[in-house]
Design a binder for this molecule. Structure first.
Ligand SMILES: *Cc1c(COP(=O)(O)O)cnc(C)c1O
Length: 414
């Protein structure tokens, strides 16, 4: 491990002085969310029995059934399910899309184009022949954000027609430089969309947004809210998985896509993963606060060193992503190599750009993580395209996140 230079140590000290107010806000949100999680455990009488396991069909797995109730309460929804065998965020979102949409229906994305990995799921520009929504006759349209990067509610209202079944909104920026959308803004979208078509489903890609605000999207009326358990909601402890929370009707439809029509949520062996999922949810509000502090510190530190952070450290955080415009592919490579070197696992590995399945551009990823690919742990990634922006997120503890970020700065300045 590197010894930090005097310059990095001094910049870190100055940076930390300036973000005290942000830290106080983050701690306040974490406290409220921790209360909400504990209350959901208590109200649903989570017991030692719930931490047990099942095999085979997994009938009558109390732990799984109660975890679903806990998830519903925490996500302020009527119903929910969280499963270790949802393989990724993309898979969870796919369950949601195929659960709700039927041939002839239209999917309307209202925060521009969805996250890159959904291109092939939706079949955005063409029928793909591999079972995308487009192959099944589901149409796709999109409404871009306004110049101020808010949802264009008037354009959304005009775009909704009799075929529109799902109004889809991605909360966080993903691999783009736009701002993140607040859950209150999602509430405004719900009102606007339902004023035109009452039975439309408002579907939120909540990846990276969980526990950053006091309330989740369903509190504001969203019909479905979806995320990954190796991001915020798993608290760094879940070993894999995803969750879907929403209205009773939406969750029922999604449950039939997740398993089969007729089976829904009545089956599903938990194979010893209940304990990790409960423990992860219990830790999630705190771990998210540590990741948020790491992000705010990184923004302040890199700004002091002359780089442009997106968002600025003084901005209220709505997700755990911190981006930097580093200007070149080489600077991004050095940044990612620094994050990797400051990680607990595989610190000796050198990340490089490669052709990652599901992405159109080459991608670089730094993730020296306990859970493979978990981006609630300190990690950084970037596509090889202009503008050369690197995205970092995570940090299980603020102290370790801080060390990783300082190591990245040393490499970028080297
Ligand atoms: C990470 C992410 C996804 C996809 O999740 P994977 O687990 O990588 O498949 C989708 N949407 C957003 C906004 C994300 O950040």
């Amino acid at each position: 491990m590197t010894n930090f230079s005097q310059r990095t140590l001094e910049l870190a000290k100055i940076a930390e002085e300036e973000i005290k107010e942000q830290f106080k806000y983050i701690e306040d949100v974490a406290f409220k969310n921790q209360y909400k999680v504990l209350k959901a455990f208590s109200d649903n009488r989570v017991s030692a029995e719930c931490l047990g396991s099942s095999t085979g069909y997994g009938y009558n797995d109390r732990g799984r059934e109660i975890l679903d109730l806990v998830y519903a309460q925490v996500f302020e929804a009527e119903a929910a399910f969280a499963r270790h065998n949802i393989v990724s965020g993309t898979h969870a979102l796919t369950i949601g899309l195929f659960g709700l949409l039927r041939p002839g229906d239209e999917l309307l994305s209202v925060a521009g184009k969805p996250y890159d990995t959904l291109d092939k799921v939706i079949g955005i520009s063409k029928t793909t022949g591999d079972g995308s929504l487009s192959d099944f006759g589901v149409k796709y349209r999109q409404v871009d954000l306004t110049k101020e990067e808010t949802i264009d509610l008037e354009a959304v209202k005009n775009a909704i027609n009799s075929a529109t079944k799902v109004v889809y909104v991605q909360k966080s920026r993903g691999y783009s430089s736009r701002r993140t959308i607040t859950n209150a803004e999602i509430g405004e979208l719900v009102k606007a969309a339902k004023s035109v078509k009452n039975d439309v489903f408002v579907f939120v890609d909540n990846c990276y947004g969980e526990f950053c605000e006091e309330h989740e999207p369903c509190y504001y009326g969203a019909d479905l809210c979806v995320g990954s358990l190796i991001k915020n909601a798993g608290g760094g402890i879940a070993q894999s998985g995803g969750y879907l929370a929403g209205s009773k009707k939406a969750i029922e439809l999604c449950s039939y896509r997740f398993t089969c029509p007729g089976t829904g949520l009545e089956c599903g062996a938990t194979l010893g993963q209940n304990e990790n999922m409960y423990k992860g949810l219990f830790f999630a509000p705190h771990v998210v606060s540590q990741a948020l502090k790491t992000a705010v510190f990184a923004a302040a530190l890199f700004e002091k060193a002359g780089f442009k952070p997106l968002p600025h450290y003084s901005e209220t955080r709505l997700d755990i992503i911190q981006a930097f415009d580093l200007g070149s592919k080489e600077a991004i490579e050095r940044f990612c190599q620094g994050i990797q070197a400051g990680s607990p696992i595989d610190s000796f590995v050198t990340p490089e750009f490669w052709d990652m399945p599901g992405y159109d551009d080459q991608v670089i990823m730094a993730a020296g993580t306990f859970v493979s690919g978990a981006s609630i742990e300190l990690s950084a990634d970037a596509p090889a395209r202009e503008p050369y922006v690197v995205f970092m997120q995570g940090g299980l503890t603020y102290e370790s996140g801080k060390i990783g970020v300082m190591t990245a700065l040393e490499r970028v300045l080297a």
